[in-house]
Design a protein around this ligand. Sequence first.
Ligand code: PHE
Length: 336
Amino acid sequence: MTLHELQQACAALRDEAPARIAAADSLDAWHELRNTLLGRKSGRLTELMALLPQLAKEERREAGAAVNALKQTLEAAFDARKGELEATASRGPTLDLTMPSRASWRGAVHPVSLVIDEIGDIFRELGFTVALGPEAESPWYNFTALNFPDNHPAMDMHDTLYLKDGGVLRTHTSPVQVRTLQSYAPPVRILAPGNVYRRDFFDATHAPAFAQLEGLAIDEGITFADLKATLAHFARAFYGQRTPTRLVPSYFPFTEPSGQMEVFFDVGDGRGARWIEIMGCGLVHPAVLESAGLDSERYSGWAFGMGPARIAMSRFSITDIRLFYDSDVRFLEQFA
Ligand code: PHE
């Protein structure tokens, strides 16, 4: 080993050390590297020192000074790196403040709920309050009390979902009429939203479970004129003040006379404005009032029932009812 060779070995170590020290990215890696370069037994620098005795006497002084200077340089670099690593460790995981923030995510009210809420607002102004009833009903509330004849096709197994205990999943919200009249004396003005169930196929215009919104007004002296004026007021408030409305005769066992209200409206399907049915309605049949224990000579009133999903479809130009059940955020967030 010549002085020149020793100096070259020192220079090589001085050149490579900074990058390797900077690359030590944990305290463990730092300790391992420090042992490799400066370890007392077999570190690179220790090996160089061990070579000094091989040199000629007059060269040793110079060589020793060079090795010592390198040792100090490396120790200083190691100390600095250790300080950095300890500071990072105590700070926890590194924060990258340049990362773009996550877009904020906001839910939206389901379009069917939106329609129920809006209709509720219109009727609340008219003094209506909300009433609820069970979805698992007895056939008496669902059919008998509502004046369905015993052989009515709606009661058929093909149309109604029966429960093991003899109950039914209510096929409409009309049983809430009877339940309410049993518990509250007239005047009664209620709105009853809720889910109903029918043995229907699930296609673009039918669902086996869907929401209904029932309305009921009972008092002394209520006539068909009240029904017509209130429902026309509702239709114009909801679809626009200039929307034409009409009542068309219909049939339900629990109303007499029965009708359906229609509005002349463009649902946005490209076919232009036409009459669309928005609800079934009628004067409450005296037999229903009597089932609920009311004197049908003294009290009268009217009721309506509508499907908020159908209303939402006409309102928002939606052509497939199944979209309401998919929970697809891309569909739902359009109503935010
Ligand atoms: N219950 C009826 C239906 O489900 C709707 C309705 C309610 C009709 C109240 C008249 C009065 O089709």
